[in-house]
Design a protein around this ligand. Structure first.
Ligand code: MRU
Length: 357
């Protein structure tokens, strides 16, 4: 079924065009990016974000880096370029896997022109593969929901949709697939402080897609699970260690604890490139520390030149609905299943499942 989706990453042969997610939902503004340096800034400043989208953009960045050079090269020069992109954002493992693969694909190549072509087609291939994987993931996720139930109420955190991927999305992909199966889905989107990916991006995507959505602030999920039957929590992931510990946007852990207390199944959705079997537990996952000002002011609302992007500080789409309970009672545990393009499974099965992919 076709639905309006977004093309946050567009390759224009000569350059990269990125939908500036800092300006959403106010404006659909595109950044025209011609250099690897500007690609890195766009990733670091979260004009583009979401683990799969970061990885794809990173490889287009490499392509632009290679394009700016000519003649012969050597592995030292190539490594410097790759390292620059690698350092843009540390937590999501997708970028690191993509850069390793990018390096493998140019083995034996000594001229920038061939390297550029290989990286360009790799990035384009990643886009096709990610979209396919998300669609399969979405279908796999549907199998976890009772067939005879026609309506589902789902809480999600951050933004895991078309804006964060090459299309369809992971956690939002399952929601889109449920809708494609004729189910009514009501989504409660954690606003996701401090960058507001939930209220600015998830609500925006769901509204454009015609899926009923209520923004809740991050502290409201306990109240909501106490007052409404919630069928599932669906979140994405930035890196999953071999034991199943999962890094995802700040606030995911709190939500998992609340879900456990209320017997609400907590599902983590991600493709194979989110699983890092080199790490035994989540303690080894590097956690990105960002600027304090993102917490103390709405810092993403302005560009690096200090220009504010959203009129009147509006952080939700016009017409977006919200719930606003002022108090809740916090109770005190986690991941029922991973939902991937290679099936749904419990944390203890990660290694055996990944070996077969
Ligand atoms: O800081 P962000 O916006 O890049 O964080 C995004 C998330 O945490 C997503 O849940 C994750 O990357 C999966 S996106 C399919």
């Amino acid at each position: 079924m076709s639905h309006p989706e977004f093309l946050p990453i567009q390759w224009k042969s000569t350059h990269l065009s990125l939908l500036d997610q800092r300006a959403l939902p106010g404006k659909k503004e595109f950044l025209e990016i011609h250099t690897v340096e500007d690609t890195i800034v766009a990733i670091r400043e979260m004009a583009i974000r979401g683990a799969p989208a970061i990885a794809i953009t990173g490889v287009f960045g490499l392509t632009l880096g290679a394009k700016s050079k000519s003649g012969k090269t050597n592995s030292e020069e190539v490594d410097t370029l790759i390292k620059q992109v690698f350092e843009s954002r540390p937590t999501a493992v997708n970028l690191s896997f993509a850069l390793k693969e990018a390096k493998k694909r140019i083995e034996g190549k000594t001229d920038w022109e061939s390297i550029q072509k290989i990286w360009e087609s790799f990035a384009l291939e990643m886009m096709v593969e990610d979209l396919k994987a998300n669609q399969t993931l979405g279908e796999n996720g549907v199998s976890l929901f009772p067939k005879d139930q026609s309506e589902f109420h789902i809480i999600t955190h951050c933004n895991t949709g078309a804006l964060a991927t090459a299309g369809h999305g992971t956690a939002l992909g399952v929601i889109r697939s449920l809708r494609d199966h004729g189910k009514k889905v009501v989504v409660y989107a954690d606003e996701t402080r401090p960058f507001l990916q939930g209220s600015r991006l998830t609500a925006f995507e769901l509204m454009e897609d015609g899926i009923e959505c209520y923004i809740i602030s991050d502290g409201m999920s306990g109240w909501l699970m106490n007052h409404k039957k919630i069928d599932a929590v669906l979140v994405g992931c930035d890196r999953v260690a071999a034991n199943g510990d999962t890094a995802n946007k700040i606030g995911t852990y709190n939500l998992a604890i609340v879900a456990q207390e209320h017997n609400v199944p907590f599902y983590v959705c991600g493709t194979k490139d989110s699983f890092d079997l080199n790490l035994k537990t989540g303690d080894e996952i590097p956690i990105e520390m960002r600027k304090e000002s993102e917490v103390t002011q709405f810092d993403f609302l302005k560009t690096s030149e200090g220009k504010y992007l959203l009129p009147e500080g509006k952080t939700a789409p016009i017409g977006a609905r919200a719930l606003n309970p002022s108090f809740d009672i916090t109770k005190a545990k986690f991941i029922k299943n991973f939902i991937t393009e290679f099936g749904c499974f419990v944390p203890g099965e990660i290694s055996s499942r990944l070996k077969k992919v």
